[in-house]
Write a protein that binds this ligand. Sequence first.
Ligand code: PD2
Ligand code: ZN
Length: 303
Amino acid sequence: MASRSDQRPHTTAASPQRSRAARQAITPELRRWISAQAQAGHTAPVMLQSLRDAGWNEALATDVLQITLQEHLDAMATPKGPPAAPRVPEPRLHDSPAVVDCGDRTAQVLLTMAQPRIVVFGNLLSPEECDALIAGATPRMARSLTVATQTGGEEVNDDRTSDGMFFQRGESPLIARIEARIARLLHWPVENGEGLQVLHYRPGAEYKPHYDYFDPGEPGTPTIVRRGGQRLGTLVMYLNTPEKGGATIFPEAQIEVAPQRGNAVFFSYARPDPSTRTLHGGAPVIAGDKWIATKWLREREFK
Ligand code: PD2
Ligand code: ZN
């Protein structure tokens, strides 16, 4: 191993200059030697003594060991093999694209937030698709129900003063096309999605803040999650642009997503827990109507 007695001694924590000097001193040969010593079970003080015996000054040797051993530990901790499958639906946005390909359409990326995970998309649905969803849903609308957490059934809930209906998954070419687009956008199988729900809010109607996952503490949850597991993500698509009000609100993140026809807001929650900060609601509509279509994504196939 090369001797390094030309460096001035230091004993304090590494300054940027000292770290730079240490990095310059780390040759591939030295890195291999330190890794081999670590793998053979030699401790840092033993390695430090070997370096001092070889003529290194103590401060430089200490910095070199610190940097190289940390790199060695990081390399050991990096999982080998193919990347693990994502645990929640997630668009591919690692290189901050302006738009994302969803197969038959390109959506704009208008806003992203890491925690809570929220992404707002533009132009996910065409105006014609929005109108066709409203037209298909209108004759089937009834006062919205929410899941009854005590029993696992459904009930009318004063916190949700909208009308709604569910399309069956794949029930028409339009629904199948939109579902395939969502699956491609969020990298989540079509089969893990609930049927698309359409909601209609009139002036004054709202959906008070809530979480979309099923509370593990509620007695009805085991029954609900038997079908497809937990919800992991929500995509709310706006089918029209209300005149005033009706934003999708995230009180903890202090974000309001303005409903604009064809746009959508996505959010995910890896755990059924408030720490996901995905509390959200539909603010009261002040003027005009509000129409949305919601897709909830489950852990497993939703039969
Ligand atoms: O209408 C909305 O913006 C809204 C708000 C909160 C929809 C949902 N939740 C939902 O469909 O879960
Ligand atoms: Zn919701």
